[in-house]
Ligand binder design. Structure first.
Ligand code: SAM
Ligand code: SF4
Ligand code: SF4
Length: 349
């Protein structure tokens, strides 16, 4: 298989666990539920995620104890960052308990959460008390009609902003705000979003709409390329590029020339970053995935429930990661079209 310019530029220690393209395993994203109280049309369209849709039964979800065990093994293999996601992670009762226990695991330096903010105003204080380091809030437009049409459950912009304010007051600054940009849906509100958060200390991250899962009818025409997003904002508020904070940072950074902050642009479609992808994922039912676009995972839950030792779990994870050759976004083309892929709400964004 040709390398497709896939050459990681970060130096890797000779003992680190690396995949077939020398990419180390550093981050773990854990989906704690496949359920959500939103029905974002690009993620969980109502036509499919309706009353007849079968979400995972309670006993199929990993328990907090099981997640803790898995994190301990991953930490031992070099993972130091954990992101809790879903579905909507704050729907999982007592999530604070999970955050507290993950924070206590040796080797874990950073515990973060991605949320639609519907429950954030209520929970920000207890999440911080439990040890949450950072939060990313999804907000696709500041135009209430546009946002309500996108989440498709009538949740208002003001309620998300209240969640962001509560998180900031609780000390989770700077907050990252994810806006998925869809042509003809919310791209006319890109500059408003920049204007609103400019000078706030928070960082808006514009995300190219991706072809995750199989339910959102994605097509390339719906994607606004990151370079167009930067040009649009720059016309109103001049931007200049900034170096990444670290190798493998997903968002390209741009700062306002007047010094009032920065934005990020995530160009997974037009400028893929598979070469530096260090992320592993655990689905809500405990399967290990090595790519957001994977069609299959490795069932760790069955191993756990059959009494596997930490060493056996570690050996399995090690063999999955060392065999990893995923680079879906780099190969996105007719070669990958038509593949069965898991849904984002299941694998975790
Ligand atoms: N429910 C939480 C939320 O929305 O923040 C966490 C899970 S959600 C799957 C994680 C992130 O994935 C969100 O920021 C969401 O906007 C993004 N996302 C979902 N579907 C996407 C798609 N098709 N393309 C790009 N981003 C997507
Ligand atoms: Fe729910 Fe997040 Fe998917 Fe929207 S993007 S439907 S909030 S999981
Ligand atoms: Fe990583 Fe897969 Fe996304 Fe490439 S397509 S950046 S390998 S998750």
């Amino acid at each position: 298989m040709e390398p497709d310019n896939l050459e990681p530029s970060n130096p890797v220690s000779p003992t680190a666990l690396v995949d077939t393209f020398s990419r180390p395993m550093r981050d773990l994203r854990i989906s704690v539920t496949d359920r959500c109280n939103f029905r974002c049309r690009y993620c969980m369209p109502k036509e499919i995620f309706n009353r007849d849709y079968e979400f995972l039964a309670r006993d199929l979800l990993l328990s907090f104890e099981e997640i803790g065990r898995i994190v301990t093994v991953f930490a031992d293999l070099g993972v130091n960052k954990i992101r809790i996601t879903g579905g909507e992670p704050l729907l999982r009762r007592n999530l604070e308990d999970l955050i507290g226990s993950i924070k206590g695991i040796e080797g874990i330096e950073d515990v973060t959460l991605t949320t639609n903010a519907s429950l954030l105003e209520r929970k920000a204080g207890s999440l911080v008390a439990a040890g949450l380091d950072r939060v990313t809030v999804s907000l696709d437009s500041l135009d209430n009609d546009v946002f309500m049409a996108m989440n498709d459950v009538g949740f208002s912009v003001d309620d998300v902003l209240a969640g962001i304010d509560a998180a900031a007051a609780a000390g989770l600054t700077p907050i990252k705000i994810n806006m998925v940009v869809q042509k003809g849906v919310n791209d006319h509100t890109i500059v408003d979003m920049a204007r609103h958060f400019k000078g706030s200390g928070h960082i808006v991250r514009y995300i190219e709409y991706m072809d995750v899962g199989t339910t959102n009818q994605w097509c390339m025409d719906d994607v606004v390329p990151g370079k167009d997003i930067v040009a649009m904002i720059s016309e109103a508020f001049p931007l200049e590029p900034v170096d990444p904070n670290y190798t493998g940072e997903v968002a390209a950074r741009w700062q306002y020339a007047d010094g009032t902050g920065e934005i990020g642009v995530i160009t997974s479609v037009t400028q893929p970053f598979c070469a530096t992808c260090t992320r592993a994922r655990i689905s809500a039912e405990g399967s290990l995935y090595t790519c957001l676009f994977a069609s299959g995972g490795t069932d760790l839950r069955s191993m756990l429930r059959a009494g596997a030792s930490d060493e056996e779990l570690s050996d399995t994870i090690r063999s999955v990661w060392t065999a990893r050759d995923d680079r879906y976004s780099q190969l996105r083309s007719s070669r990958t079209a038509g593949l069965r892929k898991v849904e984002m709400s299941y694998i975790g964004g």
